[in-house]
Design a protein around this ligand. Structure first.
Ligand code: ADP
Ligand code: ASP
Ligand code: MG
Length: 362
């Protein structure tokens, strides 16, 4: 069994989706047992968010955004599905977009965009892209099946950043993904809580969906297909001479991704690590490049530094005062308060004099 995941840019255009279908076809013909996780088309999640914000302000200006979404999906369908079979999938996409429009209208009435409302709103992105690609694969003669991940991944109700119930999710995945001849096309990013309400796994969460599916199926490999040649020594958008890291350990990959290497969403490493399943990061636009493999142990590297990553929009806060010197419990009080307010701390330092504590938050 293998799990592939294609990110936003990989499913963003007619040309990239053509590449994607070829990769899937090739992989599936080589060995059966294929589950594929898809993100929303590039930029769609942000557009949905923007539409929600416009609606929450009581405006109906989101209709232009809806038209853009329709155009982008229709363009792909018209290019990649033969004319005689287009109507069913065009109608399905149109139906989803009509539901989306009704939903946005509802938001204009109540003028609120709670995290719960937002999760349902964002779920349209992955549902649209995945239904469309599953249909394209079927039209190519492959036995593809669409799966809405809300029937697979169970979470708590922390909307926007839900925590996964692995036991229930694993059972659901094993029960639904069983036929080696079928190519299962699964929506990334979205899940459902115990009441069946839509939740999301956090921005970039489709990687996590792939890892959860891979772990449940005890897959041989989880392949994360993106727009760069694997995990690199730095963000190639910022550092021109960054180069690919052929092999990296889960722990090092975790550190780099936590500190800003967006190429893999940090929580995704955990399910794979627990089952010792290698994660390969590959480039949809240069599919012959070996990319990066993330495993438990890696051989000694030529450089002692693996990579450099960075995070934007971080505040460093310094708490200091004579009253803190030698007083037990000051840090417990500070970090307890931050935890109570669900503020995640990225970095902590304390001077040995105990005169100050410095911490970084988003
Ligand atoms: P996808 O839509 O496929 O999930 P993302 O945009 O989430 O793709 O992640 C890929 C991007 O991550 C790359 O285009 C690159 O700009 C960025 N990135 C940041 N740091 C790194 C790094 N160390 N190695 C590779 N890519 C990185
Ligand atoms: N579409 C979601 C996002 O943009 C999830 C993902 O792409 O991984 O965050
Ligand atoms: Mg991503």
């Amino acid at each position: 069994m293998k799990v592939l995941k294609f990110g936003g840019t990989s499913v963003g255009t007619v040309q990239s989706i053509t590449e994607v279908t070829e990769i899937i076809q090739k992989k599936h013909s080589k060995s059966k047992g294929t589950a594929v996780v898809f993100s929303a088309m590039s930029g769609v999640t942000n557009k949905l968010l923007e539409a929600g914000q416009i609606a929450a302000a009581g405006n109906t200006g989101y209709t232009t955004l809806l038209n853009t979404l329709e155009d982008r999906h229709f363009e792909v369908i018209k290019a990649l599905v033969p004319v005689k079979s287009q109507s069913a999938i065009l109608a399905r996409v149109k139906g989803e977009l009509n539901d989306l429009e009704d939903f946005l209208k509802g938001i204009t009435y109540i003028r609120e965009l709670s995290p719960r409302t937002c999760d349902f709103l964002l779920s349209f992105g992955e549902r649209l892209s995945t239904q469309m690609i599953a249909y394209i694969l079927k039209e190519r003669g492959l036995s593809a099946q669409y799966i809405d991940a809300r029937t697979l991944i169970r979470t708590n109700s922390r909307y926007g950043f839900a925590e996964v119930n692995s036991t229930v999710s694993h059972e659901n995945i094993i029960a639904q993904i069983a036929d080696p001849d079928t190519i299962y096309c699964i929506t990334g990013f979205i899940a459902a809580d115990e009441d069946g309400i839509t939740t999301t796994l956090g921005r970039g969460g489709s990687d996590y969906t792939a890892s959860l599916v891979g772990a449940a199926l005890n897959a041989d490999v989880i392949e994360i297909w993106t727009d760069v040649n694997g995990m690199m020594t730095a963000d190639p958008r910022k550092v021109k001479n960054a180069f690919s890291i052929p092999e990296i350990s889960y722990t090092e990959a975790m550190e780099l991704s936590h500190f800003g290497a967006k190429v893999i969403y940090p929580p995704s490493l955990i399910p794979a690590f627990q089952r010792n399943i290698p994660i390969r990061i590959l480039n949809t636009f240069e599919s012959s490049h070996p990319g990066t493999v993330i495993t438990k142990t890696v051989p000694q590297k030529a450089y002692s530094i693996t990579g450099i990553s960075s995070i934007d929009d971080i505040a460093l806060i310094n708490l200091q005062g004579n009253g803190m010197i030698g007083v037990a419990g000051v840090s417990a009080k500070l970090f307890g308060l931050l935890a109570e307010n669900r503020i995640s701390v990225i970095l902590i330092t304390q001077a040995s004099s105990e005169h100050s504590i410095c911490f970084a938050v988003e």
